[in-house]
Design a protein around this ligand. Structure first.
Ligand code: BG6
Length: 512
């Protein structure tokens, strides 16, 4: 009898609802709350993962009454929900919504918040368990944590937990990240701090660990003996849009590399954690970041490339030059594109380059990890037409398609031995057909149940900035020759040269 692998759909373990709690969202009148947090909370409610004893208090500077806030959220959810809104479920959330107008630097805001939270403990049974979500500009992270501390809102007991989610960017360089961590530790313990990176909420990103460590087939070849190099690409078809003010200060390097791309790098390259627990996973990430070869300031040009877009065409849209975007300095030296070559000094990866690139106004939106294996010797086929021989690579696509495919050479049918590249493909949607999510559901739920595996620890953030700091420093010293790529193209010529110098090239993506 032939046995087939069990399809264990019916045996999948169902998560339990979180324990009673209240969430206070700082920055509740902002974009993140309406676009992502409320839709994620709605999805959690729909999946039965929020407790019955639950409340949300929005806190923001904007002058709104609680009724106005509820009306605004009820309108926004229709626009931003990832699935059709069931009015019973939304009404259930709406009844648990409250709003507090206040200045984040004013101690009275926290005294008032304390009263409101005690109120919902009595009325809704939230049991004194509080999550504070800092969906604000980074300049408020420190004053909010201090304000919460002074109002004793962060003090835990055996029966009550207090946690804080901190959005990115976490610092703008190593010094500022260190000093923010130090300020936070005056008030909170590490186990109360959840530094969020929304890339870790993406199913395919989480699947990276399962893919590597729950399958015996890949790990033996996941090293310098078999892998030629790795390419990690996050390309976006949008420009800076309305975020010129923030982006012109940050740039592509700070905005994307020490957080999103480095999380992909860590999950691809780290060693297997001893168990699937927060500290074991985070220990491995930090170890990996520490193993990344430091780039000497005078060597930066050999390892890092920056670009800024000029006007062009992206799809059917006319795109302005970066320097003409609203709230951007017309002489801006800020990069909207970055490509890096990183080397990892450990036994697994010595000599295997990791090429990372990210940019705005690229021809295609994609997030992917392409692992290129070493060429077969091909000696057997040396007398046959083998123009199409391509190396094997494994492609892990995070978005917009969520899929994993392995490119292999196959014989083209016919009397001659012609070889062409074919793909073995797994698509998440085809196999699991999951309802669309925002990516924040798992992260919020994990925080509510106290699982920090998908969040960054202080040492992770600092180790990541340490890699990036010399590049930031070198770029600050030298003005770039911007603009140097046309919107709608794959970045500056120097990014191609970065790989050409090593006899390699970026994976060619067909524009769909
Ligand atoms: C954010 C950056 O963190 O991530 C944005 O600030 C970027 O500039 C965004 O556009 C990309 O996220 P996603 O999920 O669309 O790939």
């Amino acid at each position: 009898m032939i046995s087939t692998a069990p399809r264990c759909q019916t045996e999948i373990e169902q998560p339990e609802p979180a324990s009673p709690c209240a969430i206070a969202i700082f920055g509740a009148a902002g974009d993140l709350t309406k676009r992502l947090l409320m839709p994620a909370l709605y999805n959690l409610a729909k999946s039965g993962l929020l407790p019955k004893e639950f409340a949300i208090i929005g806190v923001a500077h904007t002058d709104l009454s609680s009724d106005e806030f509820r009306t605004q959220m009820s309108r926004d959810i229709k626009e931003f929900a990832t699935q059709e809104v069931d009015s019973d479920i939304w009404n259930w959330i709406n009844e648990r919504l409250d709003y507090l107008q206040g200045d984040f630097k004013d101690p009275n805001t926290y005294l008032e918040l304390q009263k409101r939270l005690s109120g919902v403990d009595k009325e809704k049974g939230t049991s004194g368990n509080y999550l504070f979500y800092l969906a604000t500009s980074p300049s408020f992270f420190k004053p909010i944590v201090e304000g919460l501390g002074k109002a004793k809102l962060t003090k835990e007991s055996d029966e009550q937990w207090r946690r804080v989610i901190i959005e990115k960017p976490f610092g703008q360089d190593l010094d500022s990240a260190r000093s923010l961590n130090q300020d936070i530790f005056k008030v909170l313990d590490e186990n109360q701090v959840y530094r969020i990176d929304h890339y870790l909420g993406k199913e395919t990103v989480q699947n990276l660990m399962v893919f590597r460590f729950a399958n015996g087939v890949f790990e033996p070849i996941w090293n310098r003996n078999h892998i030629d190099h790795v390419q990690i690409t996050v390309s976006e078809t949008v420009g800076v849009e309305k975020r010129g003010n923030y982006y012109d200060q940050a740039g592509a390097l700070r905005d994307m590399i020490p957080n999103h791309l480095f999380q992909l790098l860590a999950l691809t390259a780290m060693e297997a954690p001893t168990c699937f627990a927060a500290d074991a996973v985070r220990d491995e990430k930090t170890k990996l970041f520490h193993a990344v070869q430091a780039i000497a300031p005078e060597e930066v040009d050999n390892y890092a490339v920056r670009g800024q877009y000029d006007q062009g065409q992206v799809g059917d849209k006319e795109a302005k030059a970066y320097r003409d975007e609203p709230r951007v300095d017309p002489d801006s030296n800020t990069e909207s594109y970055v490509a890096l070559k990183l080397l990892i000094d450990n036994w697994r990866w010595a000599g295997v380059p990791f090429y990372l690139r990210t940019g705005k106004y690229m021809p295609q939106r994609t997030t992917e990890i392409a692992i290129q294996f070493k060429q077969a010797p091909f000696t057997m086929f040396k007398d046959t037409p083998v123009e199409c021989l391509t190396p094997n690579f494994l492609l892990i696509q995070i978005q917009p398609k969520e899929r994993i495919s392995l490119q292999i050479g196959a014989k083209v049918p016919g009397p001659k031995v012609n070889i062409d590249g074919v793909e073995m493909d797994f698509s998440y949607k085809d196999r699991f057909g999951a309802a669309p999510q925002t990516g924040y559901e798992t992260l919020i739920y994990d925080c509510l149940i106290g699982d920090a595996t998908l969040f960054q620890r202080a040492d992770n953030t600092e180790a990541a900035w340490k890699i990036v700091d010399p590049i930031l420093e070198a770029w600050k010293q030298n003005k770039a020759d911007f603009p140097n790529y046309t919107a709608g193209t794959w970045g500056p010529k120097s990014a191609d040269e970065l790989l050409e110098r090593d006899g390699r090239q970026w994976r060619v993506m067909s524009v769909e």
